[in-house]
Design a protein around this ligand. Structure first.
Ligand code: NI
Ligand code: MN
Length: 241
């Protein structure tokens, strides 16, 4: 089932990359590694506007083509303070530094809240440093669209107890959770995350990109069998409407 009926489109571009189009035509891009091995053909050229760019952390499989896209489309970029310093250094304008617990309204009416993630956020950029640059802490985002629809993109993370609070405070209807394991939580931990968050729908991400990211949506379904939470199984390139 790929029907949300929340008057927006959520397209999975493989790995942790999502492109959301809102009811009023705003374009939100998250973790744009558009050259990932599972990315749909021609995806880079299919993006013709970005109003909001969200970057959960500084690892290259999330920053991806962010700098090129940011220079081309000049989106609002609410991001961790240290990430904004880095992006400005790379010639990117329109960053808007924040930190966890903060909420910003960007592109007129898109509400973005930065929440915790249990992960790291070093940026590898050999032009600037021979070792990883501190990118702030890894984060997740809760986004509320202009029509009140809310989703949570967890970024890369393990499960953590505060997810219960994210569910209680922001009540996201859809959550995008990593399930691949190894660098993030796998299906077992994601099952616990779902019990804490209590969303309506889960979109699994960050699996299958490489053999090492071995968790599968089927494993996750077994973990949460009987919970009433629906796992939406997208293929890269699929759109929830
Ligand atoms: Ni990462
Ligand atoms: Mn990652």
């Amino acid at each position: 089932m790929n029907k949300l009926n929340r008057d927006c489109k959520i397209r999975w571009l493989g790995h942790a990359a999502f492109h959301i189009t809102t009811a009023t035509g705003k374009s939100i891009l998250i973790d744009p590694w558009l050259s990932n091995p599972l990315a749909p053909d021609g995806v880079m050229d299919s993006i013709d506007a970005i109003d909001v760019l969200l970057l959960t952390h500084g690892h290259s499989d999330h920053l991806g083509e962010a700098i090129t896209l940011a220079k081309r489309f000049k989106p609002a970029i609410p991001c961790a303070f240290e990430m904004s310093v880095y992006l400005e250094k790379k010639g990117v304008a329109n960053t808007s530094a924040m930190n966890k617990g903060g909420t910003q309204i960007v592109a007129d009416d898109i509400k973005v809240t930065m929440v915790s993630a249990d992960h790291s956020s070093g940026i590898i950029d050999e032009e600037l440093s021979p070792v990883a640059i501190y990118g702030g802490e890894a984060a997740g985002f809760v986004v509320e669209l202009e029509n009140g629809f809310r989703f949570y993109h967890a970024g890369d993370t393990n499960v953590f107890a505060e997810m219960e609070m994210i569910g209680r405070l922001y009540d996201p209807e859809v959550v995008m959770l990593p399930i691949g394991g190894h660098f993030t939580m796998g299906p077992k931990e994601a099952g616990e995350a779902i019990r804490l968050l209590k969303p309506k729908y889960v979109v699994p991400m960050h699996y299958g990109t490489f053999p090492i990211l071995a968790g599968t949506p089927e494993d996750l379904r077994m973990e949460i069998a009987g919970s009433g939470v629906e796992v939406l199984m997208l293929k890269p390139g699929d759109t929830l409407t």
